[in-house]
Design a protein around this ligand. Structure first.
Ligand code: PLP
Length: 640
């Protein structure tokens, strides 16, 4: 098949399979017949309207929001909250569970006010609450939640001020729980509740011995940093009883870690927690709430497996397993079914955000075209290299690789000794690249690829320079090697003929994306289209709504990106609900304690002096000062 026939035969469907978008997209993302990534807005279980990300990107540009942009698709948060609540309701109905479900979104996972406000607004119908890990987050919860049936769960270490705030919330009628992280919090809670004259709602965080796989495995097990041991739990029961507050002990909490890949660990954790539940009830604690913390995982790589970037269960299966496990454990003891609480963060907000950016430049490792014949007066080693390339064939790839690499090294040595010229060396290097390309092109014909040649395609991959910062926008990609789905958002009915890694703007060797997980396995390179001079090329990084925003840092002083919240309506139209311009250069400078005004004054004085010294004209000075001011106001990313 010729190149052009091949791209004619390529369709949006091929792209959809190549990038695995239907696997990791959770039903929210797909490829349109026009070859663009679309967002589907599910409503009432129906597929709902679809909108192209390219149309959104154009709309953003018309509003002056340049790339990179963090796009928040509000409908998707709503959909996730519905799925979680409806799935628990369904599981409880089919199994005859007597209690109910109450979600509490952990604010730390995405603290942005529009996200938290949307969760509170939409979640009200389900009495969906919030989880706070600090005073600041509790203040967010108190000022956002309207519904008194929703829970506010306070985790983390609590000082008197934190406790007072929570007790005031109790007076206002909020179901605000203090989850004990250490027994040391008990006397303070007792003292403050007496001082304010209100009974607290108390929970205890268990340190379970159930171990889970995945990055957060340290959150569980005996050496976990968090939670009460059996010894401490007994102490807590005794002190509460003594203070006459055992009736306030109403919630049992555990958190096995985030992104738990294997459903069997969750079930094991629930069983273990139920053992505590049964005996605490026997001790006289009323309980009534069983809080499983977070951990409900996202299928980032679309493999539906126990790989660290996936999970081997669906939300529905999670709910059924949890409900069944609690029933099975408690029913033999005739204990009333507790309210099931989960603090699902990732599962609620990961889908909602997409990072969009454009490609600024491409680095190639393609050889320049070779001449028809070797120039007559070529050095013997160049002739050897030339010959070695001509004989490359599928049955001698390792041998050929050894040969071309040997001659390339000889040529470099000769250059160092002054025996060949710069031009001759350049000719040799180009031959070498041509040899590697030829070898790489034949690799797919082999049944078993020699170890040394496995990374060859990656060594020859293009570098696509993206207009974003990994450190600011995808910190987990750098910090914990988290994999996020990445793909072009247009030209998808065109075959992507290049393999590339993505480098960001930071010029840091860690500032890159070079692990791409997908349903067809992990790869070190991404299939992309050749960039055209006449049009921008856009990529999207998906499922970035959880944890990425506030963990991001100011590496190289790239600041917050532009942000746009979008709502898709049932007719397939979109509303730009909210737009936020990212940090200006003056903003990021002030974060590291520069005073942009003082900087301007200093620069102006330097320019003044240059005018007095006759090095620049007065109008040069004007121009320079205007450029300086413009830059201070400008976006920290690359502007065209
Ligand atoms: C981080 C955290 C969560 C959220 O976990 P997800 O896996 O994102 O759902 C919930 N509860 C506690 C105590 C946490 O520390």
């Amino acid at each position: 098949m010729t190149e052009s026939n091949e791209s004619q035969a390529w369709s949006a469907r091929h792209s959809s399979e190549l990038y695995g978008i239907e696997e990791w997209g959770g039903g929210y993302f797909g490829v349109s017949p026009e070859g663009e990534v679309v967002v589907r807005s599910p409503s009432n279980g129906q597929a709902g309207a679809t909108v192209s990300l390219m149309d959104i990107a154009h709309g953003l540009q018309q509003r002056g929001l340049e790339m990179p942009v963090l796009l928040r698709l509000e409908n998707l948060v709503d959909s996730r909250i519905s799925i979680l609540n409806e799935s628990f309701a369904q599981a409880m109905e089919t199994t005859g569970y007597q209690g109910c479900y109450r979600g509490a979104f952990p604010i730390k996972v995405n603290q942005q006010s529009h996200i938290v406000a949307e969760i509170a607004r939409f979640g009200e119908r389900y009495n969906h609450g919030l989880e706070a890990g600090s005073k600041a987050e509790l203040m967010i919860a108190l000022s956002t939640l309207q519904n008194r049936e929703s829970l506010i769960i306070c985790n983390g270490y609590k000082d008197a001020e934190f406790i007072d705030l929570g007790l005031q919330a109790r007076k206002l009628g909020f179901k605000c729980f203090f989850v004990l992280e250490t027994p040391a919090e008990v006397p303070l809670i007792i003292e403050r509740s007496r001082a304010l004259g209100v009974d607290p709602l108390i929970g205890a965080r268990l340190k379970l011995s159930t171990k889970v796989e995945g990055h957060w495995s340290e959150d569980s097990g005996d050496r976990s940093l968090f939670g009460l041991t059996a010894i401490q739990l007994v102490e807590v029961v005794d002190s509460l009883r003594e203070a006459g507050l055992l009736h306030c002990f109403q919630l049992l909490h555990f958190h096995l870690g985030s992104q738990i890949p294997n459903i069997r660990s969750i079930r094991a954790g629930v069983f273990e927690a139920c053992r505590y539940y049964i005996d605490l009830v026997a001790e006289g604690a009323p309980l009534g709430y069983m809080d499983l913390g977070g951990g409900l995982a996202i299928d980032y790589d679309g493999t539906c497996s126990t790989s660290g970037h996936s999970r081997n269960y669906s939300v529905q299966e999670y709910c059924v397993d949890v409900v069944e496990a609690i029933q099975q454990a408690l029913d033999p003891h005739d204990i009333e079914h507790p309210v099931i609480v989960t603090e699902s963060g990732r599962a609620t907000v990961a889908h909602t955000s997409v990072l969009l950016f454009n490609i600024l430049d491409v680095g190639h490792f393609d050889p320049a075209p070779l001449p028809e014949a070797l120039p007559e007066d070529s050095h013997a080693q160049l002739a050897n290299l030339w010959h070695a390339i001509r004989v490359i064939a599928a049955n001698n790839l390792q041998e050929s690789y050894n040969d071309v690499t040997y001659y390339r090294d000889q040529i470099r040595d000769m250059f160092h000794r002054g025996e060949i010229s710069l031009r001759e060396r350049a000719f040799g290097e180009n031959l070498y690249l041509a040899g590697l390309q030829k070898i790489a092109a034949l690799l797919p014909e082999l049944k078993r690829i020699p170890a040394e040649l496995e990374t060859l395609p990656q060594q020859l991959a293009d570098i696509y320079y993206g207009n974003f910062s990994v450190f600011q926008s995808l910190p987990d990609s750098w910090a914990i090697e988290q994999v996020f789905p990445v793909m072009p958002i247009h030209r998808l009915n065109e075959k992507p003929t290049r393999q590339a890694i993505i480098a960001d703007l930071t010029c840091d060797c860690d500032g890159k994306l070079d692990r791409f997980a997908g349903p067809h396995g992990n790869t070190e390179t991404l299939s992309v289209h050749p960039v055209k001079a006449s049009e921008e090329y856009y990529l999207g990084v998906f499922l970035v709504g959880a944890y990425q925003e506030t963990l991001g840092d100011l590496h190289n002083l790239f600041g917050d990106t532009n942000v746009a919240s979008i709502r898709i309506n049932n007719e397939g139209g979109m509303e730009f609900v909210h737009e936020l311009h990212g940090d200006s250069i003056a903003d990021v400078l002030s974060y590291v304690e520069y005073d942009p005004q003082a900087m301007f004054k200093q620069f102006r004085a330097t320019a003044e002096q240059a005018v007095r010294d006759g090095r620049i004209t007065v109008s040069d000075r004007q121009e320079m000062l205007a450029a300086f001011t413009d830059s201070l106001r400008g976006y920290t990313y690359f502007e065209r």
